[in-house]
Design a protein around this ligand. Structure first.
Ligand code: G1P
Length: 283
């Protein structure tokens, strides 16, 4: 299976940090967000990744490209740990790029993948959202797709204040963490939301999505919504994701994600916890 990572959004929620750099390159502890996303795809068994970029996103390509000068310098200085880290980034997967020419929404961004994907099911991982779990989120969706067929979307239970920012699912429980999808609504008003189950930015889509996207009119925000095109598909499942999900387009969530990821590093864990305790006492 191939993966598509849409990373063409403007990042307005994170200005001024995203004025001259893509939000997908914002570091979460010691890695840019999009590296976590690519690693999720790779850890799900995917080695062919198409990143949908746009204007101002060149540093994403540079990050995954080979850097001869840097590698030479690190080798000269004997910094072999860093050298390995840098080389691993380049060797992780075959990464391809296509540019979305105009900001016409997530649905339009995914449509840019049509030629690269062809006639197979594929994974979509939003480039500004990363997940943390034992079994990678995308792998969980691939397993549901293998069992049931159809498109599969990852969902999570949302608190009320978040509902108007997400695609919301009207589903029928099938088994364990799997729902059959009856209807999807993109960013509904709280009063109109069919449930509190929100689409989290991870999808496995069957290739008929491209025809559906072609016939999808602009929806919420005047943009071509991926949610609307999935809603037009015949067979769609939703899967409650087991793990943590971070939308780094939101400053507070980005900060929390950085702390959480730092706490997974034993060399700094104690110091961070001490610092946080200090802050609690001070406040
Ligand atoms: C997109 C999707 C939405 C989904 C959300 C998850 O919205 O359109 O359905 O719930 O990602 O982050 P965006 O955040 O790009 O506005």
């Amino acid at each position: 299976m191939k993966a598509v990572i849409p990373a063409a959004g403007l990042g307005t929620r994170f200005l001024p940090a995203t004025k001259a750099q893509p939000k997908e390159m914002l570091p979460v502890y010691n890695k840019p967000t999009i590296q976590y996303v690519v690693e999720e795809a790779v850890n799900s068994g995917i080695d062919d990744i198409l990143i949908i970029t746009g204007k101002g996103k060149r540093t994403i390509e540079d990050h995954f490209d080979k850097s001869f000068e840097l590698e030479y310098n690190l080798k000269q200085k004997g910094k072999l740990d860093y050298l390995k880290q840098v080389q691993d980034i380049t060797n992780m997967a075959d990464i391809y790029y296509v540019r979305q020419k105009k900001q016409k929404g997530l649905g339009d961004a995914v449509r840019c993948a049509k030629k690269h994907i062809g006639d197979e099911a594929f994974a979509v991982l939003l480039g500004d959202t990363f997940t943390y779990s034992d079994v990678p989120c995308t792998k969980q969706l691939m397993d549901v797709h293998e069992k049931y067929g159809g498109s599969v979307i990852a969902i999570e239970e949302l608190p009320e204040y978040k509902i108007e920012r997400y695609g919301i699912v009207d589903g029928t429980h099938i088994e364990d963490n799997v729902y059959g999808v009856n209807n999807l609504v993109e960013k509904p008003k709280l009063a109109d939301a069919p449930s509190n189950l929100g689409i989290t930015g991870r999808y496995v889509l069957t290739p008929d999505i491209f025809d559906k996207l072609d016939s999808t009119d602009a929806g919420v925000g005047g943009e071509i919504q991926l949610t609307d095109a999935i809603n037009a598909q015949d067979e769609v499942y939703a899967c409650t994701f087991e793990g943590k999900i971070y939308d780094i387009g939101n400053t507070l969530e980005w900060l929390k994600s950085s702390i959480d990821m730092a706490l997974t590093h034993d060399d700094v864990k104690e110091e961070i916890l001490l610092y946080l305790k200090e802050k609690i006492n001070e406040n």
